[in-house]
Ligand binder design. Structure first.
Ligand SMILES: *Cc1c(COP(=O)(O)O)cnc(C)c1O
Length: 344
């Protein structure tokens, strides 16, 4: 990141951008040649918005499956952009099933696109994206998967999952630094969305076409340092042994975290069978002494920063265990949490 890269130079476009695009296709599917990648400036939400705003034709209608803040965000984006929308919101403890999606699609034939969040980072819920996409495809719909907090950390194949558009970003399980997101799309799906965009700068097709036809050149100034760092992050993912090895590390981090937190008296918001190994929502202890800010400050003093809750129906806080975080770090965190225990 300390070296400057020129946005029009081959060292950057061919050597970094095209390399990243090809590697993302391979990470996303064994059928890499059926997929293509567009990189997009901004945080992950910008990439989600570029898909919602660009992939759905003017007469199209989106079904948003909602069980947390990120599913809600997809619906908010659709409303803001004037995309016709059906919402299916079962609450934060609801795990959507293929059967429910199939029924919703039978009930409203005007729906053309289905969007699902793979891991709902609000709670850590792992949604059955494969089954949901299968139901959507069986009904002839286009599928959009927000795989922001799962891609790179969970084995998946976009072809098996039947995702037409799969979105993620630089700074979650790929462990890069923030600054851009990416859309892995079926090549035929990407080719078919020309002219649908409701935003000029977030026009996914135009962004993709420019990269495709100009050897990795971005439409507008790209975050060069971040993109170069991402290439290094992909090297590190390879060095770790790929996605399966990383997934195993996250699972081990998570196993130690859950066991230790339960020993300290905390309960998880979700039942274990819904829980992904990347982030966990814990219920706040029901004692008058509990004060999240105090807990947060104590952990921060020991070098750990945790997340406030995002669940609306219960008081929770969240602990993520992705990134360059290892079992020894989790054990340190648990020690710090035990030392901070003042609430009972
Ligand atoms: C992180 C995340 C996003 C994007 O958030 P940004 O803050 O815009 O990067 C979207 N969906 C999910 C599921 C996420 O975890």
């Amino acid at each position: 990141m300390l070296r400057d890269w020129c946005t029009w130079d081959d060292d950057y476009n061919a050597g970094v951008v095209q390399d990243i695009r090809a590697r993302l296709c391979k990470l996303a599917s064994e059928k890499a040649d059926e997929y293509t990648v567009a990189l997009m400036q901004g945080s992950g939400t910008f990439s989600v918005e570029s898909v919602i705003g660009s992939a759905i034709p003017p007469q199209g209608k989106l079904l948003a499956i909602i069980n947390g803040a990120y599913g809600k965000r997809i619906a908010t984006i659709a409303k803001t952009l004037g995309v016709a929308l059906a919402e299916m919101d079962g609450g934060e403890r609801w795990q959507p099933s293929a059967k429910e999606i199939a029924a919703a699609l039978t009930g409203d034939e005007s729906i053309t696109h289905v969007a699902v969040v793979h891991i709902e980072t609000t709670t850590g819920m792992q949604n059955p994206a494969e089954e949901i996409c299968a139901a959507a495809k069986a009904a002839g719909k286009t599928t959009i998967v927000d795989a922001m907090s799962s891609f790179g950390g969970l084995p998946m194949d976009a072809a098996t999952m039947r995702a037409d558009f799969l979105v993620s970003s630089a700074n979650k399980c790929v462990q890069g630094v923030p600054g851009f997101g990416f859309v892995v799309a079926r090549r035929d799906a990407m080719e078919n969305i020309k002219g649908f965009a409701r935003s000029h700068s977030l026009d996914l097709h135009a962004q993709w076409k420019t990269m495709e036809e100009n050897g990795g050149k971005w439409r507008f100034t790209s975050p060069t340092h971040t993109v170069r760092a991402f290439q290094k992050a992909l090297d590190e993912l390879d060095e770790e042994g790929g996605i399966t090895a990383r997934h195993n590390r996250y699972k081990e981090n998570h196993r130690i975290l859950i066991a230790g937190m339960r020993e300290l008296g905390f309960e998880t918001f979700l039942p274990d069978e819904y829980q992904s190994p990347v982030i966990t929502a814990f219920c706040s202890p029901q004692t008058p002494e509990w004060d999240f800010k105090r807990f947060y400050a104590a952990l921060k003093k020991s070098g750990f920063v945790i997340y406030p809750g995002k669940v609306t129906v219960a008081e929770t806080f969240r602990i993520g265990n992705i990134g360059d975080v290892r079992p020894a770090d989790i054990r340190q965190l648990l020690k710090a949490a035990a030392a901070a225990k003042y609430w009972e």
